[in-house]
Design a protein around this ligand. Structure first.
Ligand SMILES: [Zn+2]
Length: 88
C-alpha cells in the first residue's frame, strides 16, 4: 500500500528542482512525479506553476539550461492537471 510522503514533503519538494535539472533522466522525473502524485501537499506544490517558476529561480536557476524537451514535458504535466481541475 502506497503512502503519501508524510514528513518527507520538504525532501520531495526539493526534488521538484531535480525535475528541471538538465541531467535528470525522464525515468527519474517520472519517479519523482509518481511520488508527488501520491501526496496532496506535494501535488499541490507541483500544481502551482508560479511556485515552480520561483523554485527555478531560487534553488535551481536552471531555466536557461534545462533541455527544451524536459521543460515541455513539465509544462504538459502542469497543463494536464489544470485541465483535470477545471473539469472537476
Ligand atoms: Zn508530500
Amino acid at each position: 500500500m502506497k503512502e503519501p510522503c508524510i514528513g518527507r514533503c520538504e525532501e520531495i519538494q526539493a526534488q521538484l528542482c531535480t525535475l528541471f535539472d538538465p541531467s535528470t533522466t525522464p525515468e527519474q522525473a517520472r519517479e519523482i512525479l509518481a511520488v508527488i502524485a501520491e501526496c496532496p501537499h506535494c501535488h499541490g506544490r507541483l500544481r502551482s506553476e508560479r511556485e515552480i517558476r520561483a523554485l527555478l529561480q531560487k534553488c535551481c536557476n536552471a531555466e536557461a539550461a534545462a533541455p527544451a524537451t524536459l521543460r515541455q514535458r513539465i509544462s504538459m504535466q502542469i497543463r494536464e492537471v489544470r485541465v483535470t481541475r477545471y473539469q472537476g
